[in-house]
Design a protein around this ligand. Sequence first.
Ligand code: NAD
Length: 276
Amino acid sequence: MQGFAGKVAVVTGAGSGIGQALAVELGRRGAKLAISDVDTEGLAVTEAKLKAIGAPVKTDRLNVTEREAFLLYADEVKAHFGKVNQIYNNAGIAFTGDVEVTQFKDIERVMDVDFWGVVNGTKAFLPHLIESGDGHIINVSSLFGIFAVPGQSAYNAAKFAVRGFTESLRQEMIAKKRPVAVTAVHPGGIKTAIARNMTAAEGLDAGEIAQMFDKKLANTTPERAAKIILEAVRKKKARVLVGPDAKVLDVIVRVTGSGYQRLFSSAMAKALPNAH
Ligand SMILES: NC(=O)c1ccc[n+]([C@@H]2O[C@H](COP(=O)([O-])OP(=O)(O)OC[C@H]3O[C@@H](n4cnc5c(N)ncnc54)[C@H](O)[C@@H]3O)[C@@H](O)[C@H]2O)c1
């Protein structure tokens, strides 16, 4: 169990929410940060917070879906700091819509950012993390990588995929005795901009869904989430459930098996606005 002082940590999607809180908390604990996002305004805010703390920071605009750019970026971060210890594959987007009315392009976009973004980050940085002798990959899935709900098929698919990819990778690192820990993160509702940035299938009011998320579903602050995640990273945990909702629903899924789908389908379909 080691601390974060002197470690080089990469955080994607660091311009807002969980990513910003993770970067700031890592900076407070003495880490050196490589932060990136497509939102350069948000990223500038994170950079200013890190500079105020006195944390060394490298700031770049990076779209996690752009594989070639991600590969180049990994080499740049290594060259800049001389090593890389941790990557937080955190960037993500949300989308709501039933399968019947969702277009292929919407599912592809969610998979591109939420799944392929994680794969790109993992593969781009893995050689550097192994080389560091003390590496850690932290992939942000979701409670929705454990528990599926109506209207979230694209997001559920991407987040279940992140979980499978991450759990397999962890076992590979253990079996091959690579010096890289692997942690899957499953947050419940966290008070961030995710729902406000969300898109939705035609006929759905994304604003209405965002309001409901902000009022009813998001109960944990990003700062609290960051502290919970970093505690799990420090302990090299395989999985971290963030927030009471994630913990309760994880138990329900484990106790009921596939039965949770019958228990929740009507209630969830009623709770979430529908495009019919
Ligand atoms: N907020 C929640 O309730 C919640 C719950 C479970 C999982 N998550 C996951 O946590 C992660 C962080 O989300 P958040 O809640 O902080 O949301 P957020 O919207 O506040 O932050 C996400 C950040 O990712 C960036 N981003 C989006 N697409 C990108 C791309 N292609 N390349 C680079 N950056 C990109 C956005 O600009 C934004 O700054 C996401 O993976 C999300 O799916 C969030």
